[in-house]
Design a protein. Sequence first.
Length: 363
Amino acid sequence: MLMSIGIIRGFKSTIKDKLNGFSGEIQVNAYVPNTFEKNSFIRRDTKVEQSIKAVGGVNSMFSYATKVALLKIGNRVEPTVLKGVSDINAYHFLIKSIIDGKRFTSKDEIIISKTIADKFNIKLDQSVLFYFADQQIKIRKLKVVGIYETGIDELDRSTIIADLNIIRSVNDWSDNQTGAYQLNIKQGVLLENVIDEINDILPIDQKAISNRELYPSLYDWIELLNVNAKVIIILMLLVAGINMVSALLILILERTSFIGVLKTLGSSNTQIRKIFAYNATYLIGIGLIIGNALTIILSQIQIHTHVIKLDQRSYFMSYVPIEMNITDFVLINIGTYLVCMLFVYLASFLILRISPLKAIRFS
């Protein structure tokens, strides 16, 4: 149970960290933009930006814009999304995700995903053409200087990172126009409170939203993992309880004559049941100690060596992540003990049906 919960927590935490790192926990967009308008934007305001950065929970912030483009390699054409960022150095998650090459230093350079690079056999320092369809076709020739990999296929298969000025030039924007702001917050800060505080700062035509609103399907899938955890815990508790009942019944049957002698000597049913309850407690305690020890040993091996691997395209990560929590240890141990003792208590009613005379004759 502890390993199952630790793995589920690890999956949820890893995927959320990747989504938050790639898109930021908070985005500031135009308030209710026209969905049919391709080039919606917000106007930058230095005072507003400084006020947002001054919010206690904000860790980093930069502006960005996205633009759909067609990537053309030879005769092959693929729809992609260019994400232009104002400050690549503030995009900490992407920098950590670069597996080959470097970050771009000019507006004519881009960073592509390993998925796109493998699909089109694109190499570093290769120039590729992008076609943008607005009122007229616009073409940009951009040089690949870096390759990144997040492990989340939904992002890697279509997103290309570029300089924000590329998007501005295609959309004919001025320097004070941008698509949105991307913000990361500090650990331990309540996201809703930061969003409320930022919305109080923003002008009426802008709004701060959480990353969950950008990827609702992925977050819904993450929440479904909680159902798996509940099913696993219930099944394992039932198995543990049934095993304890079996063990106690065997103990009672093996000591039928002993029970008969105790009853003959005047021991009450309650006193005899306590003897078997103490014995069951000992067995449960040994099981909990061994289970906790194995959990700690196996989880630490996996955390430090990543010995159990995964298909990153299917699971969004290359190894099984484990996140242990002291609260889980306490609650699962207490819950397991109480459930097992409940089964023991119910099974001990068999002692009431044992007749001293028949028990002694049986022996």
